[in-house]
Ligand binder design. Sequence first.
Ligand SMILES: *Cc1c(COP(=O)(O)O)cnc(C)c1O
Length: 377
Amino acid sequence: MNNLRMVDLQGQYQKIKKEIDQEIFKVIESTQFINGDVVKEFQKDLENYLDVKHVIPCANGTDALQVAMMALDLKPGDEVITTSFTFIATAEVIALLGLKPVLVDVNPNTFVIDPQSIKNAISSKTKAIVPVHLFGQGAQMEAILTIASENDLYIIEDNAQAIGADYYFSNGTKKKLGTIGDIGCTSFFPSKNLGCFGDGGAIFTNNDEYAKKLRSIVNHGMRIRYYHDDVGINSRLDSIQAAVLKVKLKYLDEYNNKRQAAADYYDSHFKNQAKLEIPVRAEYSDHIFHQYTLKTNGIDRDKLREELEKAKVPAMVYYPVPLHLQKAYRDKRYKDGDFPVTEALSKCVISLPMHTELDKNQQDYIINNVLKIIGSI
Ligand SMILES: *Cc1c(COP(=O)(O)O)cnc(C)c1O
């Protein structure tokens, strides 16, 4: 088997090629490459899907986070609490804006930011919390909402990896992840659960004032043409990307279900293996498996990955270096050992191929190789 990939965008495209090509050609023929009607149409569709009042499309997920922080008027020196176990973009924008990233540890089972650690990190300068819904599963939003309201903090959700997942509140209601805090952010990077054919992103909010400000900031701080009320940036979602997303949004639930089915199949073969721990699914959130991430137990994770590579089974480590140990973010506040859970995870996690096109043959091949290798190392 030599066609295994972490993500199979080819196979996914082939199934909806006609629809996608047609929508892309419509944009080309209209020549409305920027702010075409289709951008507004996709925006409305996504607002309906997420049941959120405002969606503000933008150029990528990193910009979405940056614009969210700009809209909340955070000032240099303000502290923003986020997780040490995430993709770098989350902390990058905090640092770029001259704010102070305050990193905290994560839950050892679900890998999401730990509420008690957030509490311990709050100071008089703390202004916001950025929970990340990691690998397709929600952070503990109910606890985080309580902490935020008790301490008067904003919540910006980084939902780049969990679009479409529901969060279940203890009172029986549910909401889509990304629509729970003050502002939510997502990415449409091609490999995300809802991906376009290049870069793309969006910001969500139910607050009318924030929405106005966010819309202004993504467009040079301009509310009326050539009148600039805010310092902004240029961060737009191209019409061609919006056309792709408008088609793919219709399939998002189906895509997420396929990922869950593939995860179930992996689980059924790995759950009784002493050397592996299958992903823990929290009761309070859907898990839509942006990544299928195992914890290895008492074996050399890097050896497993090497051997898998020899068998042509791709595997990745998300994330091999915690944020507080990254060269660019080294800070005298932090040292090796400060975040024991994150540090242990960075040494034992491994992610297997996970996408919408995985079939049983492919999964059997992956599973058999994993089992064979862990039996021999
Ligand atoms: C992908 C990702 C981002 C950044 O999105 P881009 O569109 O690549 O800028 C931010 N946060 C997390 C957790 C991500 O996975």
